[in-house]
Design a protein around this ligand. Structure first.
Ligand code: CA
Length: 364
């Protein structure tokens, strides 16, 4: 009997045919009874819709699918380790698992940003396809094995984000001059080149920074998460689209040694549940964002606006410059960019006559 059939059969029929201690069965297949208790740290505020709930689901599903053999305790950002040091904690073995964003770690690995998002990059469909079918995941794992001793899994996506909350109207490229904006990653570097000041503020402090005028603008995620932080009460103008984060991937990371300690069937469960969460989180955001947008549109103190085309054109031009400089200065970025660009060259023409053409047709 093949291992997969054995595991399935065992779940359905108990441990028939297996000895008490090792669950060694008549055909010689062995299922370990060893149990594992792991800690998982995240970058997210406790109970945050989408990101936070997704990780709770991940832990529950793994525990259920493994029949309690792998229990995972989830910690919100700052509870066990600082919110932006999740990957370090997984890397050095302080914890076994983490959930955060690759681009938080661009200081140590600039190329990691490709595995969250780069400005004017991939939609959720494109990044999933690149990672699972276009060689992206192999590159990601190779980079992380070399830099961090961890194994990354795609584990959630927010879909197209918003450009952010602004307390100043943006009518032209001149309006970006001197704008103090919270915006991380390559997007922040691009805004800086457009004349704005990039400010780093953790999620939990965005509301106060905007409300007190310490910053003029901030991007976080989209309606679902932004309402949860109360950002609609701290700024008037809500701009779209999220040119800087159009399909950002979340990562689940597992310490390499912890991974190797798991029997093969538990490894399979972790991998499959990560993939399930990847789909599930996107579905939660699609619905949650739509419902929250209704609420925002009904709020007389908020104006929903699209960034002007000339602003988007400038941001696109500057994004290309920043991304090319990254590739010129970092071997890993050059290698990953080549894979990313090759993939996009093939995928974009199809998406123009499928996703894009349909969305336009739907508006006729
Ligand atoms: Ca964001």
């Amino acid at each position: 009997m093949k291992r997969r059939q054995f595991v399935t059969g065992m779940a359905a029929a108990g441990v028939a045919g297996c000895s008490q201690d090792s669950m060694e069965c008549a055909d010689g297949a062995v299922a370990s009874r060893e149990t594992f208790e792991w800690n998982l740290v995240t970058s997210w505020p406790p109970g945050l819709p989408g990101l936070g709930i997704g990780v709770e689901n991940l832990a529950d599903r793994i525990e259920k699918a493994s029949n309690g053999r792998l229990k995972i305790k989830v910690f919100a950002g700052g509870e066990l380790v600082p919110a932006l040091e999740v990957l370090d904690a997984v890397s050095n073995g302080t914890v076994q698992m983490g959930h955060d964003s690759a681009y938080y770690h661009r200081g140590k690995a600039p190329a990691a940003q490709y595995f969250t998002t780069i400005p004017f990059g991939q939609t959720v469909h494109e990044i999933n396809a690149w990672l699972y079918y276009g060689g992206g995941l192999e590159l990601w794992r190779e980079l992380y094995a070399e830099k961090f001793n961890v194994i990354p899994f795609p584990a959630g996506n927010t879909g197209v984000q918003m450009a952010g909350w602004f307390n100043k109207e943006i009518n032209s490229v001149e309006d970006l001059q001197g704008l103090k904006m919270r915006i991380p990653g390559v997007g922040g570097e691009v805004m800086q080149r457009a004349g704005a000041s990039q400010i780093t503020v953790p999620a939990s402090e965005i509301f106060t920074a905007l409300q007190t005028g310490a910053i003029d603008a901030a991007e976080w995620v989209g309606p679902y998460n932004d309402i949860a932080l109360g950002l609609h009460k701290a700024a008037r103008y809500y701009y779209y689209p999220g040119w800087h984060e159009m399909g950002p991937m979340l990562q689940c990371t597992v310490n390499h040694d912890a991974w190797n300690s798991l029997p093969a069937d538990l490894q399979e469960i972790v991998a499959n549940v990560c993939q399930a969460i990847n789909t599930d989180m996107m579905a939660e955001y699609t619905w949650g964002n739509a419902v929250a947008l209704e609420q925002i549109k009904a709020d007389p103190n908020v104006e929903l606006k699209q960034l002007p085309d000339d602003v988007l054109r400038l941001l696109k031009k500057l994004s290309k410059e920043v991304i090319e400089e990254m590739a010129a200065n970092d071997e890993w970025s050059a290698r990953i960019k080549a894979s990313f660009d090759d993939f996009q060259r093939i995928v974009i023409p199809h998406h123009e006559i499928s996703e894009l053409a349909y969305l336009k047709a739907r508006q006729l």
